[in-house]
Design a binder for this molecule. Sequence first.
Ligand SMILES: [Zn+2]
Ligand SMILES: [Zn+2]
Length: 154
Amino acid sequence: MFRCPRKCGQPDCRNLTAPGSRWCPAHVDDNFLTRQRAAYNQQRRKNVPWSNWYNLGWWRRSSKWFLRKPEHAICEWIDSKTGEKCTRAAVLVDHKIPHRGDWNLFANEHNWQGLCTHHHSQKTASEDSGFGNPSKNEEKEVPAQPFKPRVTGV
Ligand SMILES: [Zn+2]
Ligand SMILES: [Zn+2]
């Protein structure tokens, strides 16, 4: 079906949209909505009282020790669709269940896994979108992410 090309959703951009998109190719990944969301998430992260837990000497030592173990040296991400394991080196300790300020979840090494930067940012992005109470529209904007261990009632 032919549809008249529309103007890109980014203000001041005069390009026409790519088919099926509200953005021109230059603004698909970088537009006022993605920037707004990134700024919002950054602010949320800064305001949380547990943001400095990651600066604790204890955390730095423990996470380094954790990643030195052979079973956590490789990224533990498993693609939920294909079941394939990631083969990159793990560089970050991630919480399987988002701790959201719960010290017991934060400090419990059974809730830790080693991730590569790629999968960590992918996971963080999906968790941030569930942060607080996003509107239905906002949720539609975020592409589906494979990671799904959501704790109910949090
Ligand atoms: Zn544009
Ligand atoms: Zn990975």
